[in-house]
Design a protein. Sequence first.
Length: 140
Amino acid sequence: MRHIICLVLATLLFATTTLEAKVGAAGAVPAGQAGTKRKQTVKERILEVPPGTMIEVRLLNKQRIRGRLGELTDEGFSLTTAQGEKIATQKVPFTDLKSFKKVEGAKAAKTAGWIVLGVLAGFAALILILVAVEVKAAGG
């Protein structure tokens, strides 16, 4: 029985350590920027995003546009948006861009977090059941 509990606890420890390593790697600073204090510009950040990624941009005139990132040029980028049944592509100059954020990653990370939490809760329930069975067997 002790071996089972030790195995379950070791699995939990390994799973949480692996998750922390993956989450930590996602926010890691690239090797070339390790000691750099300079913050990336919005243009530099958006150039790192692969085309086809769903993003939401905020323009200097406070307008927000949500769409798929298209072709990138030195002057700006194209953004494909859908409104009802119409699909439109518009050019967004970097000079008009205030900020942007990826839209897809937030939902995926939240879902993954809930899945991990569910698995950990399942392991905790399994441990409690095993301990209760062991106590009952020892006392009865």
